[in-house]
Design a protein around this ligand. Structure first.
Ligand code: ATP
Ligand code: MG
Length: 577
């Protein structure tokens, strides 16, 4: 391919709407064009990267008998009604001319389960693994970061159908390993972490994170035993301290004018934030209000709390807070509530006593409050967010460290969650009717593209890992007035193409400096410069990302040298398992 024919509208300026590096570079390099918030067109360079990632995914999933299908973007509402997911908030909804309700597919569990229940009815037809690489539509409340969080994006979504837990476990492990190979080949460092299943449901699940400071998620991991989990999920081990507890003192209400936040109350009463209990009122799915208590310096973790409560919970509306506390928002406490509520307390509050809590009275707090002594705890549980420095929940010596990550994949053991709701069953070997066991496996193709840039860039632009670069090698003709440079470069281009190298020839009538800048910006990993040295039979060849710069190579060896460099870069990205 020649740049003189390639459509890649690069921008010199950093686009104002883009905050994240990957978003800026995708726009500046002419990879994508913004169409609407969270909606993009892929231009030729962007689509090449997209297709290279898709192909890696395909190859790895086909290696364990995954079969590619293609399901529609348009999904009739009735299918989602069967599983109760027609109320999922991110759904784009529309009607056809006959007022029939449709959704735009946000993930395809129902559509694929409908295929399988229609045609699979015997144990002999499984294991079965169907997948697609397809456009997904989600009306994300906060589209952000270009391809990181789009409203239209590309997902690989795979679905497994099995007759037993053991078979589900086998295919789950198979996927887990394939994801590792995919991210190795894409040249991104990843970490598989235990995660919250969220709206998808099911039991065991893992997220695959690309670790980079710009990531939205916090992951906690233990370097001693390898435990790793999303902070939404990470467990906090129960306290083991047998420290003698301070004797409960007599509690009393004290005035705390204008002190609303934990910091303000701590400063006003001259106590540490650890000595304060936050009382957070939440509403359950069936409309009940419950109180969650965590230490002042901790955060209530809603996904974990939801699991302890046994269903989704959200923060209570201010009006409800006022009703149950009898006070303005900001003074809730577990003692003398206006309305009696189930009280859930974080395990950590078993340690210590004589805490400060809200008094359920404006501008007042209650001091010397000890759980179990001054109020009854209905349920103890692990409901706070884990933080760096917490003890590892899996090994005695370990301590958790934190890092930021971008979730690029999420795999789930669904069990019978969808198959039961949709009546997808089979006849077992012994003739019984059994519900099919499912797993689902998602990988963000477009998000991986952006995350790879977050992980691999410098001041000059993108430094693509070679397997997902739009081209593997670029040949820059330094002087377009020099016929010998032009003809040598063209020959080299053809020889490299014949050797199977995905090569780009920069033959634009531009200054050499402009071309170098553009090739750096679009991130072609291997760079060949055909310039002045050619009269002495020399060209320069090197890696974009290497600090060593380019090496002077005999022109006659240029093709083999370049091809070897490409091969070496590819070998570096060989899957580790
Ligand atoms: P998130 O928590 O980031 O919103 P999710 O948990 O809703 O994502 P899944 O339903 O697990 O996402 O989707 C599988 C994969 O699809 C994700 O791991 C991610 O790589 C990708 N993905 C999800 N939402 C988006 C989006 N809005 N834009 C780009 N990729 C996305
Ligand atoms: Mg997810």
């Amino acid at each position: 391919m020649k740049t003189s024919k390639l459509f890649f509208p690069t921008l010199r300026e950093i686009p104002r709407e883009a905050e994240l590096t990957s978003h800026q570079l995708l726009l500046r390099g002419g990879f994508v064009k913004s169409v609407a918030a969270g909606v993009y067109s892929y231009l030729p360079l962007g689509w090449r990267v997209h297709e290279k990632i898709s192909q890696i995914v395909r190859e790895e999933v086909n290696s364990f008998d995954g079969q590619e299908i293609h399901m529609p973007v348009l999904v009739p509402k009735e299918l989602l009604d069967e599983t109760g997911r027609s109320a999922v908030p991110v759904l784009f909804a529309l009607k056809d001319k006959n007022q029939r309700d449709f959704f735009l597919g946000f993930t395809h569990e129902e559509v694929v389960t409908d295929i399988v229940r229609s045609f699979v009815n015997s144990w002999k037809q499984m294991p079965l693994y169907l997948y697609q690489i397809q456009t997904k539509e989600r009306d994300e409340p906060r589209p952000r970061g270009g391809l990181i969080r789009g409203r239209e994006f590309t997902m690989f979504d795979g679905y497994s159908f099995d007759i037993s837990e053991a078979a589900l476990d086998t295919i789950y492990r198979e996927n887990y390993r394939a994801y590792g190979r995919i991210f190795d080949r894409c040249g991104v460092q990843y970490l598989a972490v235990e995660a919250d299943p969220g709206a998808i449901g099911g039991s065991e699940n893992h997220e695959f994170m690309i670790l980079t400071p710009s990531g939205e998620d916090t992951v906690l991991s233990c370097s001693t035993c390898g435990y790793a989990a999303n902070a939404e999920r990470a467990e906090v081990p129960s306290a083991s301290s047998d420290d003698a507890k301070a004797a409960p003192l007599a509690s009393e209400v004290v005035s705390t004018p204008d002190a609303h936040t934990v910091e303000q109350v701590a400063a006003f009463l001259k106590v540490s934030e650890q000595q304060i209990i936050k009382t957070i009122l939440c509403t359950t799915a069936d409309g009940k209000t419950v109180a969650a208590l965590v230490r002042g310096d901790r955060d209530l973790n809603l996904p974990k709390f939801s699991r302890v409560v046994g269903g989704p919970v959200e923060l209570a509306e201010p009006g409800e807070v006022v009703r149950v506390t009898g006070a303005p928002v900001g003074y809730a406490g577990p003692v003398s509530l206006a309305v009696q509520l189930p009280i859930y307390a974080d395990n950590e509050l078993m340690e210590g006593g004589n805490f400060v809590v809200g008094a359920n009275v404006a501008d007042a707090h209650r001091i010397n409050v000890t759980p179990g002594h001054d109020f009854k705890v209905d349920h103890w549980g692990d409901i706070r967010t884990a933080v760096a420095g917490d003890r590892c929940p899996r090994c005695p010596a370990g301590e958790l460290a934190d890092a930021r990550g971008i979730e690029v994949g999420h795999i789930f053991k669904l069990g019978v969650k969808y198959s039961k709701a949709m009546n997808a069953s089979f006849q077992s070997e012994t003739g019984e009717k059994v519900t099919i066991l499912m797993g689902c496996y998602g990988l963000g193709v477009s998000r991986t593209m952006a995350a790879a840039i977050e992980a691999h860039n410098d001041a000059n632009g993108i430094a693509w890992p070679i397997n997902i670069a739009p081209f593997e090698a670029a040949i820059v003709i330094a002087n377009m007035k020099d016929e010998s440079q032009i003809s040598f470069a063209k020959e080299l281009h053809d020889s490299l193409a014949a050797l199977g190298v995905d090569v780009l020839l920069d033959d634009r009538e531009e200054r050499a400096g402009v071309k170098f800048k553009d090739m750096d910006l679009i991130g072609i990993p291997v760079q060949v410069v055909v310039g002045k040295g050619l009269v002495d039979g020399k060209v320069e060849i090197g890696l974009r990302a290497s600090a060593d710069g380019r090496q002077v190579v005999a022109a006659g060896d240029a093709a083999t040298y370049t091809a070897a460099l490409v091969a070496a870069e590819k070998a570096r990205l060989a899957p580790k398992q």
